[in-house]
Design a protein around this ligand. Structure first.
Ligand code: RIB
Length: 302
């Protein structure tokens, strides 16, 4: 069975500089390397899912500039359905200057959202037919909250499973949190969402549960992921690898999780599959460029 995934979200052109250490405010330093490539949390999740053999539809807004052209070209290469992608002549495609520290592969990112924030609930409504046919709908917070919430509502109306990747970090109203069947924050996002700082992961995640059947999956980097439900909590360990660039690892995790759940893999096995995908993602530089293939993930998770 081919997993059918709809991703409602963002595209950014990533402008990535690799450096020995991040600069301080007011300081100029030499970088080691610079590259551009497709990014944006929504598009990264869509590409991750497509590389794992899912049938993926992307819903979003990009500009009519060359970065928008690159997005369309990349989605074409990955076989993603772009029927519900809008091109906006009035605003530029989103961009994301990224700094990556060589020794750890960790990053700092600034997003200039451009067209992403012009995606409207009406634009999302236009994709209702594709959403109704999906196994899983995925959204995040680099588009307007209204549009992300509308996507979740639309999917719930059709009985489609929903995954909310609450990134970048934001505090959200309870009624929006309740629309997500699965929420995939990292630790920073969990702290902002739960409004609990310094609390342990399990307690903070449990605070987020608005329904008995919701699942919170907290991504913990090299510690793997913590799966928290109303009745239990389990940590699924990461696959140990040497990280060169962690950009997009959380997106890879969410895209892979969507595929595994759409394929009816049991929850803990789906998280292990997503951990394997994310581990492979951090071993390569770039964002979309580092999303692994199905064969690579299957070989690692054996
Ligand atoms: O999660 C990584 C992504 O965050 C990058 O691709 C960047 O574009 C920002 O959206």
């Amino acid at each position: 069975m081919t997993a059918k995934i709809v991703v409602v979200g963002s595209f950014n052109m990533d402008l990535t500089s690799y450096m020995e250490r991040l600069p301080r405010l007011g300081e100029t330093i030499h970088g080691r390397h610079f590259q551009t490539g497709p990014g944006g949390k929504g598009s990264n999740q869509a590409i991750a899912a497509a590389r794992l053999n899912a049938d993926v539809t992307f819903v979003g807004r990009i500009g009519t500039d060359i970065f928008g052209d690159s997005a369309v070209a990349q989605w074409g290469k990955d076989g993603i359905n772009t029927r519900y992608v809008l091109r906006d002549a009035e605003v530029p495609t989103g961009v994301a200057p990224i700094w990556v520290e060589d020794s750890t592969g960790r990053n700092a990112i600034v997003i200039a959202s451009g067209a992403n924030l012009k995606l409207t609930p009406e634009d999302v409504e236009a994709s209702a037919e594709a959403v109704a046919r999906a196994d899983v709908l995925v959204t995040q917070l680099e588009i307007s909250l209204d549009s992300a919430a509308y996507a979740l509502k639309l999917a719930k109306q059709s009985g489609v499973r929903t995954i909310l990747n609450p990134a970048p970090a934001a505090a959200l109203p309870d009624d929006i949190i309740a629309l997500a069947d699965i929420i995939t924050p990292n630790e920073t996002e969990l702290e902002v969402l739960s409004r609990l700082s310094g609390s342990d992961v399990e307690s903070a995640a449990r605070m987020l549960l608005k329904r008995d059947d919701q699942v919170i999956i907290v991504t913990l980097g090299e510690q793997g992921a913590q799966v928290v439900t109303k009745t239990g909590s389990v940590q699924i360990p990461a696959f140990p690898v040497q990280a060169v660039d962690t950009t997009g690892a959380g997106d890879c995790f969410t895209g892979a999780l969507a595929v595994a759940l759409a394929e009816a893999q049991p929850m803990n096995e789906a998280v292990r599959f997503a951990n394997a995908a994310a581990a492979l993602c951090v071993t390569k530089p770039g964002t979309a460029a580092s999303m692994p293939t199905r064969a690579e993930v299957e070989a690692l998770r054996k």
